[in-house]
Design a binder for this molecule. Structure first.
Ligand code: PLP
Length: 368
């Protein structure tokens, strides 16, 4: 069996460092929002440049909700995003009391399409959430231009794109705030839930720190309505270790993606876009092909944990069907969901496994 992802392999690769970090926390007697969280926040921020701070939170969904609340969005205000994302993006928007609106994706990058974005702006629109889906950076220059000329705020959803870059600049450093998930399978994954918000100014940092803990100020007076979205010390200590290995892990993912690219070249399928001006974080390697369900079954029968990201776009989930503005005009999103298929990819995946997967795909095409 070749698994789709394997967070335990990541633990095993860095076992000594992680065990030591966990022991340090256990011995410290301080388990939530302490020194490890502070250190992780400093290290994560400086990984993105000198002007940033960051705020650790309980997960990537809360990160989105808290970021929108921090920026002052109010109940019922509209946030434009994509339907081709983890449902969590929309959960976060709703958690903040806002209304999601869907724009289409670009068929090549599979990220928010600027033209479609422009067409969805209304007088209720207050913010945009571009999602760097699968680790592919969005066209941030164009999105920021549209945002600024329409007086809109931007929260980058970087849950799948830790350390991805475009034009030499890391994702998360373009918008007003950026949110990250540290769910175990993510490129920067904890050993439980975790999230972080990247912040370009101190005033917002302070407000986010209040919002994540009951709206408390330093005297434990609630000065805003808040939430309980604290990051615990164990996860922060693990994330400090994982952060040191993030660049290397992404590089391994890209090398495996190169191998997939080489082995699958020439087959009638679409591979992920690779742009020399970008560093894709290769969170997921998604191909597109005809008769996708058939190929998925073939791979499963041969013990290969291929998957779908996602089985449905958000607007076709029961909870959202017919309820979200913009969902009736998403031709590129619809086309992608008929054909998408994700192949196993994680830093510890063996080269031989990639070769085996590619050869099974080749066999399937030869037969059909
Ligand atoms: C694009 C995207 N946004 C947000 C999230 C939410 O993160 P979490 O699961 O940590 O709440 C995820 C995680 O699945 C995601 O992939």
């Amino acid at each position: 069996m070749i698994p789709f992802s394997d967070p335990s392999a990541s633990y095993q690769s860095h076992k000594d460092e992680i065990d030591q970090a966990i022991r340090r926390v256990l011995d410290s007697g301080w388990y939530v929002l302490g020194r490890e969280v502070e250190k992780f926040e400093e290290e994560f921020a400086s990984f993105h440049g000198t002007n940033f701070t960051s705020v650790g939170v309980a997960n990537g969904t809360d990160a989105i909700a808290l970021a929108l609340r921090c920026l002052g969005l109010e109940d019922g205000e509209e946030v434009i995003t994509v339907s081709h994302t983890a449902v969590a993006t929309v959960t976060g928007i709703e958690q903040a009391g806002c209304k999601p609106v869907f724009a289409d994706i670009d068929p090549i990058t599979r990220c928010l399409c600027s033209q479609s974005l422009q067409s969805r702006i209304s007088d209720r629109t207050k913010a945009i959430i571009p999602v760097h889906i699968f680790g592919q950076p969005c066209d941030m220059n164009s999105i920021m231009k549209i945002a600024r000329s329409n007086d809109l705020l931007v929260v980058e959803d970087c849950a799948q794109a830790h350390a991805a870059e475009t034009g030499g600049k890391k994702v998360g450093t373009f918008g007003d705030l950026a949110t990250f998930s540290c769910y175990p399978t993510k490129n920067l994954g904890a050993l439980g839930d975790g999230g972080v918000i990247l912040c370009p100014n101190l005033e917002k940092t302070e407000r986010l720190r209040q919002l994540r803990q009951y709206g408390w100020d330093k005297n434990r007076e609630s000065i805003h309505g808040g939430a309980n979205s604290r990051l615990d010390e164990l996860q922060a200590a693990v994330l400090r270790v994982k952060l040191k290995h993030l660049r290397d892990g992404n590089e391994k993912r890209r090398k495996l993606a190169d191998l997939y690219d080489d082995l699958l070249a020439g087959l009638p399928l679409t591979r992920p876009p690779r742009n020399p001006n970008e560093l894709h974080s290769m969170h997921l390697y998604a191909i597109e092909c005809d008769e996708r369900d058939n190929l998925l079954n073939h791979l499963h029968e041969r013990g290969i944990g291929a998957s779908l990201h996602y089985p449905l776009p958000v607007h076709r989930h029961q909870a959202y069907e017919g309820k979200i503005r913009g969902a009736d005009d998403l031709p590129n999103t619809e086309a992608f969901y008929d054909r998408n298929l994700t192949l196993p990819l994680f830093p510890e995946l063996k080269k031989e496994s990639v070769e085996k997967i590619a050869s099974e795909i080749q066999t399937w095409f030869d037969r059909s």
